[in-house]
Design a protein around this ligand. Structure first.
Ligand code: PLP
Length: 405
């Protein structure tokens, strides 16, 4: 199937507008992607046709909603090639998925003096929960560094893993550097020493075909809103053997088997980790987003994205005083940069006034900023709907703005 960008864009009505009198160019999909009509319609259809609270249904509407909700669990299983449906836990996002593991896994397996290895290029969501767990358990977070090209120094990993290492947590794709990390190799090294690995797939799943069994990840986490799905929905994939041993994260409805004042027994997987009414409409609409990604095809998505990435990188490299953070040969559609003498906030604001939505600031990755000795940068990131023409307009606009300073 060829990549029909016009057809793809037709499904994103939000893109067809002007901001500040200029056609919108949305280069902030790494923060959150826009939603196609299929996703909006799936949510609307639920509310118009068959809404009811799931699992506890004593009626037609609840049963139908439950069936659609649970079908999406199966869809997610197939999407990432997990072995069992029970290994798919719905959360409210990557952040909650990581917090769940940082609480439940660490409650059971982390002891005083133990260590968790986290890479230097992580989003705050993949650092702070481990620091909180370490504080609770008197354990330690250890850094796996990256080099100045933005590539993880995996060769240092075997020495960093000790008897005390209980878990390694690493991004599949960096939200700042765009680096696609060699997670298969990291997992291979970790498993040689019987250490489990959590992979933060938030920036990978919208761009790459993910196969958790082939990767052999112990945990894999991601957010629907970066995959053209709704916000407030996320996934925790965890190998059954780990999830079964972990205590629940939150207490409430759905996660119990029986409750009395003498005590509570917990429900089986996946419900043990899904306390309370979940984001029913969000999960159901997420199913539509997964279908859009599948129909578009990851080979096509990747090919298109590499074309955008190459043109943008080439164009940016012509600009005097440019610094691009992340020079890995294996990159996803993310470019972070600064232009000497121009504050990233000023540049972001002027790009916005030109109709171009970019992200500026520390990008929730202070440790990456610290590595390069900067306080912030500008980031452009691509989605399936971005075009070559948009990249060209961006480069021309950026050059004009630079001359203004
Ligand atoms: N991890 C990475 C790599 C991210 O890029 C993000 C969001 O930008 C997150 C985690 C947090 O995702 P969420 O805010 O959807 O929980």
């Amino acid at each position: 199937m060829s990549y029909d960008i016009t057809k793809i864009r037709t499904n994103f009505p939000v893109l067809h507008q002007q901001v500040y009198g200029k056609p919108l160019i949305y280069f902030d999909s790494a923060a959150s992607a826009q939603k196609p009509a299929q996703v909006l319609m799936a949510e609307e259809k639920l509310h118009n046709d068959y809404y009811g609270n799931i699992h506890r249904g004593a009626h037609f509407m609840a049963d139908k909603a439950t069936e659609h909700f649970e079908n999406v669990r199966t869809q997610v299983r197939d999407f990432i090639n997990a072995k069992y449906r029970e290994e798919i836990i719905f959360t409210k996002g990557t952040t909650e998925s990581i917090n769940l593991v940082a609480f439940s896994f660490c409650e059971r397996f982390l002891n005083e003096g133990d260590e968790i290895i986290v890479s230097e290029m992580e989003h705050h969501a993949n650092i702070v929960p481990w620091q909180m767990a370490a504080l609770r358990k008197k354990a330690r977070v250890v850094k796996l560094p990256f080099n100045d090209s933005g590539v993880l120094e995996i060769e240092k990993l075997p020495q960093l893993i000790t008897q005390k290492t209980k878990l390694i947590s690493v991004a599949h794709v960096s939200n700042v550097l765009g680096t696609i990390n060699q997670v298969n190799e990291i997992i291979r090294i970790a498993h040689q020493k019987n250490v489990p690995v959590l992979v933060d797939g938030a920036q990978a799943v919208p761009h790459l075909k993910v196969n958790v069994q082939e990767m052999d990840a112990d945990f894999y986490v991601f957010s629907a809103h970066k995959m053209y799905g709704p916000n407030g929905v996320g996934v925790l994939y965890g190998k059954k053997e780990w999830l079964e041993k972990m205590p629940p994260y939150q207490g409430g409805g759905e996660m119990i088997s029986e409750v009395s004042f003498e005590g509570t027994t917990f429900n089986e997987l996946p419900y043990k980790f899904e306390a309370g009414t979940p984001h029913i409409s969000g999960v159901i609409a997420f199913g539509a987003a997964l279908s859009v990604l599948q129909e578009t095809g990851f080979e096509n998505i990747r090919k298109h994205e590499i074309e955008l990435l190459n043109i943008a990188t080439e164009g940016l490299n012509q600009i005097p005083g440019i610094n691009i953070y992340g020079q890995s040969t294996e990159k996803s559609g993310v470019i972070s940069f600064n232009i000497e003498g121009i504050h990233p906030y000023d540049l972001g604001m002027l790009l916005d006034k030109s109709g171009i939505a970019v992200r500026t600031g520390h990008l929730c990755a202070d440790t990456v900023m610290q590595h390069f000795g900067i306080v912030g940068c500008v980031r452009i990131s691509f989605g399936i709907y971005n075009t070559m023409e948009e990249v060209k307009v961006f480069l021309t606009t950026l050059n004009k703005l630079r001359l203004m300073f």
